[in-house]
Design a protein around this ligand. Structure first.
Ligand code: HEM
Length: 526
């Protein structure tokens, strides 16, 4: 049959040890041939030229030469650990997802935390958004919540993501690494994208310099759907709340820590888990229906907006515990592939235009980053439930399906897996209609109210940190017009903030306030 079960390829043919003290095993080539000398190349005469037939040298050097794979195009620097999600409250009335049917159910989890803009070798304490990506290995497939530590995003439509990231990472002409200090391109782009103002308030706040991963919240950001066994849908936002509470460092502390220990966050996670101090988060959900969505001031499909917890309280339904470090950084943390499109029956998407674009992007980038279509064969990415399909071949195929049936329908009695109309994934049959257009709806047009709400929710010292961060970052912008354009948005958020930043930057006067709302873009699809 075409059945493909995860074959635990790693363990087959003997374990492969690299820890100090495992000197009992005989060193071999990758082909298994025993090695006599690992110090000297094979040469013609003691001082003569190296010989092409030195199989061991060539294999060793060839493999070393190919150790690197492309780093992630964003979130390149990360660290992760294994653990589990335990469901503390069953919610079958909301979702048919198998893990939520009974309190007490535990599913294995793998979490990767990351910064966004820096490259793989950058420092942990950069002022940046943190990724908070969770892979849940449920008995109905892998479910990934690929979230951040900030509940909103810079942009509303995936079309803008490449521009956002180009502007945020090194400028192409100079290749400076991650902006520990600001740079013109980022602030130029941001000042031209008023929809980013809400997230800018969060990234200038203490949230963007967490004390460690263990003190961070996580958010799924987008509005998703829960769908129950009757086919009824509710909207849902996902939250992770750290048991240790929320803590950040100040910018001054961050600068010192970065100098003293650029690996501070990964060392913290490693040390905590190795010493049995397992970090824990509560899984919370904000659940609401169409009536609430319609009555809400903003569009629930707009990822630059959040649902205030005062209006829809977060209901705690589980706990996530990280209790085991990886065996190997590369095999697990580097090769793990999260994707927003990895959902299971009982969970579904909404039409959030950012989410829809992400569903394409992750799989596409991983095809390249992980060298072909078979990265689900890697143990970290393989489901831990049975899986059966007719996909085959391709680079580095590690499962070997048995039998002749590799298509469906077929009439063979041992014809391989069959679809199941009762339990198979069913998309929520949302009614959709409309003209095919490139139109940003009016409901996405208010870019300042929630920025203001966030700024005003901060304590005095936290507000001062936001103003100080803006002054510091904008003072590194060389082009005066960009500084002024950014400041021109601030009166929409808070007059006092605008004045403080203008003064801190030494502007003679407050620039004219930016136009409040951008007219919706209406370019008819051609
Ligand atoms: C990583 C694209 C928005 C969270 C990535 C990667 C890409 C990407 C290409 C690298 C994946 C890999 O190489 O495995 C996009 C696009 C976005 C978007 C196109 C918007 C249109 C977001 C948002 C969030 C987010 C809104 C948070 C809710 C993450 C995280 C990772 C990541 C946490 C790192 C995953 C890991 O640890 O391996 N994103 N992203 N992204 N993205 Fe996004």
């Amino acid at each position: 049959t075409a059945t493909t079960e995860h074959a635990a390829a790693r363990g087959e043919g003997g374990e492969w040890h690299q820890h100090p003290g495992s000197d009992k095993e005989r060193m071999t080539t990758a082909q298994g041939a025993p090695v006599r000398d690992n110090q000297n190349t094979l040469r013609a005469g003691a001082r003569g030229p190296a010989l092409l037939e030195d199989v061991h040298f060539r294999e060793k050097m060839f493999h070393f030469d190919h150790e690197r794979i492309p780093e992630r195009v964003v979130h390149a620097r990360g660290y992760g650990a294994h653990g589990y999600l335990e469901v503390t409250e069953a919610i079958p009335e909301l979702t048919s997802a198998s893990l939520f049917q009974k309190a007490g159910t535990r599913v294995p989890a793998f979490v990767r935390f990351s910064t966004v803009a820096g490259n793989k070798g950058s420092a942990d304490l950069a002022r940046d958004v943190r990724g908070f990506a969770v892979k849940l290995y449920t008995d109905e497939g892998n479910w990934d919540i690929v979230g951040n530590n900030i509940p909103v995003f810079f942009i509303q439509d995936a079309m803008k993501f490449p521009d956002l990231i180009h502007a945020a990472k090194s400028a192409p002409d100079r290749g400076f690494p991650q902006a520990q200090t600001a740079h013109d391109n980022f602030w130029d782009f941001i000042s031209l994208m008023p929809e980013a103002m809400h997230m800018v308030m969060w990234t200038m706040s203490d949230r963007a310099i967490p004390r460690s991963f263990r003190f961070m919240e996580g958010f799924g950001v987008h509005t998703f759907r829960f769908v129950n066994a009757e086919g009824e849908s509710h909207y849902v936002k996902f939250h992770w709340k750290p048991k240790l509470g929320l803590q950040s460092v100040t910018w001054d502390e961050a600068m010192k820590i970065m100098g003293a220990d650029p690996d501070f966050h990964r060392r913290d996670l490693w040390t905590a888990i190795q010493s049995g101090d397992f970090p824990e988060w509560e899984l919370g959900v904000q659940v609401f229906d169409d009536d609430f969505a319609d009555s809400f001031d903003f569009d629930v499909l707009d990822a630059t907006k959040l649902i205030p917890e005062e209006e829809v309280p977060v209901r705690i339904i589980g706990r996530l515990v990280l209790d085991r470090m990886v065996d190997n950084f590369f095999a697990e943390i580097e090769q793990v592939a999260f994707c927003t499109q990895n959902i299971v029956p009982g969970i579904d998407f909404t039409n959030d235009p950012l989410l829809q674009g992400r569903n394409f992007s992750y799989l596409d980038t991983q095809l390249k980053r992980l060298g072909g279509p078979n990265f689900t064969h890697l143990p970290i990415n393989a489901p831990k439930c049975p899986f059966h399909h007719f996909q085959q071949d391709g680079h580095m195929a590690m499962h070997a399906p048995k039998g002749r049936a590799n298509y469906e329908p077929n009439s063979w009695s041992q014809g391989g897996p069959r679809t199941d109309p009762d339990t198979g994934f069913r998309s929520y049959p949302e009614r959709v209609e409309g003209e095919k257009r490139r139109l940003r709806p009016e409901s996405f047009a208010d870019h300042y109210s929630q920025a203001r709400q966030f700024y005003r929710s901060q304590t005095g010292i936290e507000q001062k940190h936001i103003a100080d961060a803006l002054i510091f970052e904008l003072s590194k912008v060389e082009t005066p017009a960009i500084r002024e354009r950014l400041v021109s948005h601030l009166p929409h958020i808070d007059e006092g903030l605008a004045k403080a930043v203008a003064e801190g930057l030494g502007l003679a006067q407050l620039p004219d306030t930016a136009e409040a709302a951008r007219a919706p873009v209406d370019l008819k699809a051609s």
